[in-house]
Write a protein that binds this ligand. Sequence first.
Ligand SMILES: NC(=O)c1ccc[n+]([C@@H]2O[C@H](COP(=O)([O-])OP(=O)(O)OC[C@H]3O[C@@H](n4cnc5c(N)ncnc54)[C@H](O)[C@@H]3O)[C@@H](O)[C@H]2O)c1
Length: 318
Amino acid sequence: MRILVTGATGQIGSELTLALRRRYGSENVVAAFHRTPLPPPLKDSGPSVRLDVTDRAELEEAVREYKPNVIYHLAAILSAKGEENPAAAWRVNLGGLYNVLEVARAGGVRQVFWPSSIAVFGPKTPKDNTPQDTVLSPTTMYGVTKVAGEYLCDYYARRFRLDVRGVRYPGIISSETPPGGGTTDYAVEMFYAAVKGERYTCFVRPDTVLPMMYMPDCLKAAIQLMEADPSSLTRRADYNVAAMSFSAEELAAEIRKHVPSFQVEYRPDFRQEIADSWPRSIDDSAAREDWGWEPSYDLSRMVEDMLARLKRRLQAEL
Ligand SMILES: NC(=O)c1ccc[n+]([C@@H]2O[C@H](COP(=O)([O-])OP(=O)(O)OC[C@H]3O[C@@H](n4cnc5c(N)ncnc54)[C@H](O)[C@@H]3O)[C@@H](O)[C@H]2O)c1
């Protein structure tokens, strides 16, 4: 197996690339980066290539050179950043996905992983236990590109028999690489502030509840879905996956069990409206039935592990 990972320096890519290298061999996983240079653990542990996913020729060149049979396509502009620059979100998210699918089908790539998001849902979607098949109605450019992307993946699977798979991730919480401009970034930022002994100003209201997932589950979902027996799959790139749901103040309270002095003030900004348009919890029974999805982390286990890891990492950087 030879794998190309786009967006390898991102919040998910930086950890997924290392997980894939551990599983399939370092030499077999090519880390594709764009503007952000690769950090040493990624640069030193396997092959890498610089490429812009909106540039078809660069992608073709990388596929010619490294001959991947699997692409994990993670390069994207996230929800909050996408509202600051909708044109870039359209160009990178849909233009990039279109290029990847085209280059994959022409270049003999067998399988593509592409993550969608809970941002496909909107104000008309049922907010609790959001069904797999329901009204989408996204209100952000990011969400629009994810809805169109899901259909594009479906199209390539049907029309060209490309094995495209993906999940609708909730907000991802992780300790290694800070998030890149999404609406759920507050959940990660709270941990950094708590560990540094700082007061945190949260950009959503305390009662804002959103579905979230800890990074080990995020990596598990991607790899498990990609390794699933194709005959058991009933969907392509739109599997709902869930792990936990909590409000901003519930997260702060859980962190306070470990860091009692931690203080949060709430000053909602434009991201509140995006958060309010998304579900509070997700029904992921299709993923559970088709490929055995089951998360390992709930809120208390995640908070404990996240604080321990972040403390170690931030102390090592001092
Ligand atoms: N992190 C989350 O909470 C979350 C939730 C749902 C879905 N997702 C999806 O997972 C994927 C990865 O997300 P992430 O959180 O790691 O994002 P991120 O913002 O941390 O990283 C995105 C990466 O894309 C790269 N990139 C941007 N423009 C590029 C271009 N033109 N060419 C090549 N690379 C480019 C950036 O350099 C960065 O490394 C995305 O598709 C995202 O929509 C993430």
